[in-house]
Design a protein around this ligand. Structure first.
Ligand SMILES: NC(=O)c1ccc[n+]([C@@H]2O[C@H](COP(=O)([O-])OP(=O)(O)OC[C@H]3O[C@@H](n4cnc5c(N)ncnc54)[C@H](OP(=O)(O)O)[C@@H]3O)[C@@H](O)[C@H]2O)c1
Length: 355
């Protein structure tokens, strides 16, 4: 880790020890601004294992999430539980005075999102939903090209994020109580991308726009009722249309395209851009040009970029990260609620929240 000399590193606590928690901790380790100082798990064994894997002393391993939140060494908490646990731990973390980076989707629905954003604002702490792709320069470059008119008037977004995983009714990707299904797990990315491009297409000061209309088709699993795959058609106020697809039970290409009156952008790796860092390209096809223009961005570890965006905002005194603001999170959750409603996809928590 290379830290800015005059500023001490931001001290991260990792809440939960699953797959992405390890990926994020490795990102922080190579970040410019941060250092992992503690971990909390539901079990002491898992906390100790994670601490050992990430070079933390045994005292930094907490058997229980509350103990992590009570650790005065922790300034910011990264929450990486299954989605239905996010809201509870965001609210408890901000109540403990911690800044929070919470995995996507921040909440199961808009009602949960509103609660957590309100709690963070009341506590005066920074809150960000962990859409790491928003922190990569490729995403900023795509939005800037759209905003600058590089493809003329943007008319159509096509974006997919999905994969095939075998059906296991108890796994978090297929279990309804654990928030299974494609829309919440990875459909949230193409939705957030379409809203980002719609904001850029509108040309105003807002970084995003919300769809005026939404239609959806898909297939719910006959046993657990979560979406195996789903499509959405969106229309935004300015006339931009988007076609989205997602799934946890379908093999599909994960890509994005933005088509306009004078050209189109082809983005082969829009989400997990370069996990470990390096150069990556997308293409700008201009109407009438013989060859597309290849545009390359080069950046470090994707999760380090996210941790750095968070820490830079915090050090600047901000309580939101411009790449992914709390209002953007609420707009995305509202759109995901509509996508699910169009398919009749309901989670137990929807009834509790009155959503
Ligand atoms: N941004 C990204 O690139 C990315 C990638 C993958 C996933 N995610 C998001 O990160 C979150 C976690 O995904 P993951 O793939 O890391 O999941 P995972 O491997 O299943 O890990 C989830 C962890 O949450 C904790 N947990 C708390 N309550 C639980 C419960 N009721 N059941 C199971 N585990 C529970 C467990 O840690 P302890 O036992 O230590 O408490 C578990 O290891 C999801 O919200 C997902 O959308 C983001």
């Amino acid at each position: 880790m290379v830290s800015t000399p005059e500023l001490p590193p931001l001290r991260w606590g990792i809440l939960s020890t699953g797959r992405i928690a390890g990926v994020f901790a490795r990102g922080v380790a190579v970040s410019r601004t941060g250092r992992v100082v503690a971990v909390g798990s539901r079990t002491a064994e898992s906390a100790a294992r994670f601490a050992a894997e990430h070079g933390l002393p045994p005292a930094a391993a907490h058997g229980g999430y509350e103990a992590l939140l009570a650790d005065p060494a922790v300034e910011a908490v990264y929450i990486a539980t299954p989605h239905p646990e996010h809201a509870t731990w965001v609210e408890r973390a901000v109540a403990a005075g911690k800044h929070v980076l919470c995995e996507k989707p921040a909440g199961m629905n808009l009602a949960e999102g509103r609660r957590m954003v309100a709690a963070a604002r009341r506590a005066g702490v920074l809150f960000m939903e962990a859409f790491m792709y928003r922190c990569h320069p490729q995403t900023a470059r795509v939005a800037a090209l759209v905003r600058a008119g590089a493809i003329g008037e943007p008319r159509l977004v096509q974006a997919n994020f999905g994969f095939r995983t075998d059906f296991h009714p108890a796994s978090r990707l297929w279990n309804r109580e654990l928030g299974g299904g494609g829309i919440l797990d990875v459909g949230c990315y193409p939705m957030s991308f379409a809203r980002l491009i719609a904001g850029a297409a509108a040309g105003g000061p807002s970084a995003f726009a919300d769809p005026a209309e939404l239609t959806a088709f898909g297939r719910l699993h006959p046993e657990t009722g979560v979406d195996e795959f789903a499509t959405a058609g969106l229309r935004f106020a300015g006339g931009l249309v988007a076609q989205l697809a997602t799934g946890v039970g379908l093999t599909m290409e994960n890509h994005a395209r933005v088509c306009g009156t004078e050209g189109w952008l082809e983005i082969p790796h829009p989400w997990i851009i370069t996990r470990g860092g390096g150069a990556l390209s997308f293409r700008l096809h201009r109407r009438g040009a013989a060859e597309p223009e290849t545009i390359t961005t080069e950046a470090g570890n994707l999760y380090a970029l996210e941790a750095d965006a968070f820490a830079d905002a915090l050090r600047a005194g901000a309580r939101e990260v411009s790449a992914m603001t709390p209002d953007d999170t609420l707009g995305n959750l509202a759109a995901l609620d509509r996508w699910r409603a169009a398919l009749g996809l309901v989670y137990p928590v929807d009834a509790l929240a009155g959503a």
